[in-house]
Design a protein around this ligand. Structure first.
Ligand code: BDP
Length: 329
């Protein structure tokens, strides 16, 4: 049996789990976990979930596996979450951006200019607060398995390069389906329009919107530069990714299978973060190399100032949570 590596301290626990899983294999049910993602294979999130499937497969001698429905085969993220809540789909990887409407505390992570740095974000999501929020997902029919990286989101459009906040004025900007992002864009002078990621390319192409906002890997991987050629590093959001399991299905799994999935999730997060760091560096370079214009030198202060009312309004309800997150050093 080929065994994939376990890391450090967790080795003995994982080895015990594996030994148990192998012994239990004949009696236990086969489990094919269907998991969706809007990104294609080769993207950090899809590759990390594939790795998770390989681990599960190896640990259970093929009894458990993950089948990935990538590239929006199952539509957008709102729909995927609904399917997972219903138990029609076992798992999905989505942006925390679309989780706010299910568990509103997640909107703390969706506030513009909230996290100070990637390190700060990691400390918050990997610490007490992150776990607390993952646990809250249960009331929405979801089991939170972990947070992956997604860098910072910036604006891009097909009308003009954004060199100051004034350039955003009047631009129709697609946002993820969550009211907080509509108000965020409006506060900066644009018009925020909530549209599913699965309809974004066409919306840009047909001029339903003038632009959108996302991290460099999504801009590059989705070929959005073809239809929105000006990218500006406003870095106004640092929204993590999340992957969730259906509580309906989870509750029927043996404690051992649940442990195996949890264990593989931890390793999938590590894998995604490694892949992310490399991909993020490459994406903007790739776009620039194709001759597209990227504005990197931008004064963020006016953007931070303009979005203050959004942080006030949406942050009011969980002021305590926000204070605790801000205090994380
Ligand atoms: C990307 C996220 C993806 C979201 C997408 C979006 O990886 O989960 O669906 O943004 O803007 O960065 O909808």
């Amino acid at each position: 049996m080929t065994m994939l590596p376990f890391r450090g301290m967790r080795r003995s626990l994982a080895a015990t789990l594996v030994a148990g899983a192998v012994l239990a294999a004949p009696a236990a049910h086969a489990l094919e976990i269907k998991s969706s993602d809007v990104h294609p294979m080769g993207y950090p999130t899809t590759d990390a979930i594939q790795y998770m499937g390989e681990l599960l497969n190896s640990w259970t001698s093929g009894r458990m596996d993950i089948k990935i429905f990538h590239s929006m085969q199952l539509g957008g993220e709102k729909e995927a979450l609904e399917q997972v809540q219903l138990g029609a789909l076992e798992m999905t990887r989505v942006s925390v951006g679309v989780v706010g409407p299910i568990v509103e505390e997640f909107n703390a992570f969706n506030l513009p200019y909230f996290f100070r740095s990637v390190e700060h974000m990691h400390k918050v999501v990997d610490g007490e607060i992150g776990t607390e929020l993952l646990n809250k997902l249960e009331k929405g029919g979801l089991i939170g398995l972990g947070y992956m990286d997604a860098g910072s989101r910036s604006f891009y459009n097909n009308t003009r390069p954004i060199t100051s906040i004034e350039d955003l004025k009047g631009l129709k900007i697609r946002v993820m389906q969550n009211p907080i992002f509509i108000e965020m864009v409006n506060s900066m002078g644009g018009n925020g329009l909530p549209i599913s990621f699965s309809e974004l390319y066409t919306s840009l192409q047909t001029g339903v919107v003038d632009g959108a906002e996302n991290n460099p890997p999504s801009y590059e991987s989705g070929k959005h530069y073809e239809v929105a050629k000006y990218y500006t590093l406003t870095e106004h959001l640092m929204v993590p990714e999340i992957f969730v399991f259906s509580k309906k299905v989870w509750d029927k799994l043996s404690p051992l299978d649940q442990q195996l999935i949890r264990k593989a999730s931890v390793l999938a997060v590590e894998k995604e973060r490694e892949l992310w760091a490399a991909r993020e560096r490459k994406s903007l370079e790739a776009v620039k190399a194709m001759g597209y214009q990227v504005v990197t030198d931008i004064d963020k202060e006016p953007f931070i100032k303009a979005t203050e009312p959004v942080r006030m309004k949406f942050g009011e309800k969980f002021a305590d949570l926000i204070k605790r997150a801000a205090a994380v050093k």
